[in-house]
Design a protein around this ligand. Structure first.
Ligand SMILES: NC(=O)c1ccc[n+]([C@@H]2O[C@H](COP(=O)([O-])OP(=O)(O)OC[C@H]3O[C@@H](n4cnc5c(N)ncnc54)[C@H](OP(=O)(O)O)[C@@H]3O)[C@@H](O)[C@H]2O)c1
Length: 263
């Protein structure tokens, strides 16, 4: 069945790939981007790919932008927009942590509340939260990001259980990507080196941390986003979507084992 699906942060990476796949499958896709520039680029790309999609700027931290979604009767909202701060929780400027929560948790919840309002009246709809396997196990020096994804996943699960008490056809799902080579992880891990300088207690091991991170992402990042896009599409099209969808499978299994047996 053809659905009306809005995606946030669709100017790049997983969000863009999901928007293209859903549009190819015949859904009415509304691909929103953080900036006007990204919208323009995306519109050009869509034109050359001969694909139909509505595109506009929607910075999820901007109240006026968020309200744009009230013009639609959405079947599915895909909360994909996200950022990641890095660096030790012992030293990071708390405003960086606050800002990470502002984007990944608070603004995501605010836009979801707007979409839910209509879905509850229409008694149908799905809200998808793109969380992370980093919302199940943490990584040192990625604490701020991991904290937001733990919060997002727990909030989504709570919301699902609440909504199902009153609306059996309004669903909440969590997507847990492992590592994907979109540039996101590289951008995030680099942020801490701007401020973790000579004054940092970790300065003497910074080269070691860099090598470890490089190795970790080289080993874990999938080259293409196909496996996670397939899961998002599955959740968006499902009549009764599951609580969690994770990919790639081996990282999902690894994460589960780490949670059972600890480290
Ligand atoms: N790649 C991975 O390994 C991985 C793993 C687990 C989870 N994830 C999650 O998957 C989602 C997509 O990540 P990705 O890998 O595709 O990275 P990405 O290409 O950086 O995608 C994130 C998108 O969100 C946008 N964004 C940031 N702040 C926004 C705001 N205030 N309003 C609207 N859009 C905003 C970004 O715009 P800018 O480019 O302008 O910042 C970017 O287009 C994120 O939620 C991320 O946490 C990714």
């Amino acid at each position: 069945m053809k659905k009306t699906i809005l995606i946030t942060g669709a100017g790049t990476g997983i969000g863009k790939a999901t928007a293209f796949e859903l549009a190819r499958k015949g859904h009415d896709v509304i691909a929103t981007t953080e900036t006007e520039e990204q919208s323009l680029d995306l519109k050009n790309e869509i034109k050359s790919a001969n694909i139909l999609m509505e595109v506009f700027k929607l910075d999820i931290t901007n109240k006026t932008d968020r309200k744009k979604i009230e013009n639609y009767n959405l079947d599915v909202l895909i909360n994909n927009a996200g950022i990641g701060e890095s660096g030790s929780l012992a030293e990071i400027d708390i405003n960086k942590v606050r800002n990470n929560f502002e984007v990944n948790v608070f603004s995501t919840l605010e836009i979801s509340q707007l979409a839910l309002k209509k879905m509850l009246v229409r008694k149908q709809g799905t809200i998808i939260f793109i969380s992370s396997l980093a919302g199940r196990i943490t990584m040192p020096f990625l604490g701020p990001y991991c904290m937001t994804k733990f919060a997002l996943s727990s909030g989504a699960e709570t919301l699902r259980r609440e909504i199902h008490r009153v609306r059996e056809n309004v669903h909440i799902s969590i997507i847990e990507p492992g590592g994907y080579h979109t540039g996101f992880n590289q951008k995030n891990i680099a942020k801490k080196y701007v401020w973790m300088n000579e004054q940092s207690v970790f300065y003497s091991i910074i080269d070691k941390i860099k090598i470890e991170e490089e190795k970790l992402f080289k080993f874990t990042e999938s080259k293409t986003t196909t496996s996670i896009v397939q899961k998002i599409v599955k959740a968006a099209e499902a009549k009764k979507p599951k609580l969690r969808y994770s990919a790639p499978w081996w990282q999902a299994v690894g994460t589960q084992l780490l949670r059972i047996f600890g480290k």
